[in-house]
Design a protein around this ligand. Structure first.
Ligand SMILES: C[S@@+](CC[C@H](N)C(=O)[O-])C[C@H]1O[C@@H](n2cnc3c(N)ncnc32)[C@H](O)[C@@H]1O
Length: 319
């Protein structure tokens, strides 16, 4: 039965205001992700490879086609901008894929969390191919701060811009997407990874979160596509492999891991302590209703999509 909640039930997400706690919750969430391609728990590295399987190929293909006929195409560094790169677990893999085609990459990393940047730097140091092939330019700031300080920056263009699960944070997509599109070189590619509307987590979050409430805006691939359609911007969408989120611990009040996962799923800091009991129970009720038992665990499906936009020669996205 479809549950209709009054909009007064909506959360005003507090988790992103606490960067340290946010990182712990995101780590716990990633630990609860299981790739459905197998019944056993997969390592995060393997899961990332699966998730990126098509994405690297799409980028290389699009950029390769763009560069056909240009001289010399491959020897110039490919310019990449990462938006909300986190600890680089996803982006680092993507850059490795691109290094298969492009010998040198310049990567400007926009990430507000100093702890995440330090983890990303450690990842690079441990990986000679990234350390040698990519010139990193670390910027500890939000996209909005970058945009505000971007006086001459509009002349500085990028061949690839990636925003992997970061579109929810900060400003509205209606402001960010045109800005990022206009930062692309002609034929450059903008890549968003975000939740699909089909996943169980979306079925829970859409009652409590909204695109109009800052902190964590409830966006899905469909919402982004509607915006691009309305703006007459072409795009491609690829659906990633299905994941499960193991939410069993969320229902055990003694579980610290469960508390962190709950904070991430709701984007409410200290969900168990700080969210009023009525809303808490509503949220947990919907979580249970959408979850299904797999053995002795409770799982939500988690579907993500990748939406890519390639800049058309001469086209400006009206900001
Ligand atoms: C869900 S995590 C995704 C991290 C990484 N891209 C990944 O896929 O693993 C969202 C990231 O966006 C960053 N972030 C939050 N607000 C941001 C903003 N306004 N501009 C840019 N990045 C932001 C967070 O610090 C966090 O690292």
């Amino acid at each position: 039965m479809e549950v209709q909640l009054d909009s007064s039930f909506r959360f005003h997400p507090t988790l992103p205001l606490d960067a340290d706690h946010y990182q712990k919750c995101y780590k716990a969430f990633c630990g609860a992700l299981i790739c459905c391609a197998t019944t056993s728990r997969k390592s995060l590295g393997t899961a990332i490879d699966n998730r990126l399987l098509g994405v690297g190929a799409i980028l290389t293909d699009k950029l390769g086609r763009r560069m056909e006929g240009q001289q010399p195409p491959i020897d110039e560094p490919l310019r990449h901008l990462g938006v909300g790169s986190g600890s680089g677990r996803i982006e680092g893999h993507l850059l490795q894929v691109l290094l298969g085609t492009f010998k040198q990459i310049y990567s400007r990393v926009l990430e507000p969390s100093g702890e995440s940047i330090a983890s990303y730097q450690a990842l690079v140091q441990a990986d000679p191919s990234l350390a040698e092939g990519v010139e990193f330019d670390w910027r500890q700031q939000t996209l909005e701060a970058y945009q505000a300080s971007d006086d001459k920056g509009r002349d500085v263009k990028f061949d690839v811009i990636t925003s992997m699960h970061s579109i929810y944070y900060g400003g509205r997509m209606e402001d960010k997407v045109p800005y990022l599109y206009n930062l692309l070189t002609e034929g450059g590619v903008l890549l968003f990874e975000l939740k699909s509307e089909t996943d169980d987590l979306s079925q829970v979050q859409r009652h409590f979160l909204s695109p109009d409430i800052p902190g964590y805006r409830y966006y899905t691939a469909q919402k982004l596509q509607s915006f691009l359609d309305a703006s007459d911007i072409k795009y491609d969408r690829v659906d990633g492999p299905r994941y499960h989120i193991d939410v069993t611990e969320c229902f055990d009040n003694r579980s610290t891991e469960g508390a962190l996962i709950l904070d991430f799923l709701s984007h409410m800091r200290q969900f168990r302590k700080e969210v009023p009991v009525e809303r808490r129970e509503m949220f947990l009720g919907l979580l249970r209703q959408n979850a299904r038992p797999v053995g002795d665990r409770l799982m939500l499906t988690h579907d993500t999509s990748v939406v890519t936009v390639q800049r058309t020669a001469g086209q400006e996205f009206k900001e």
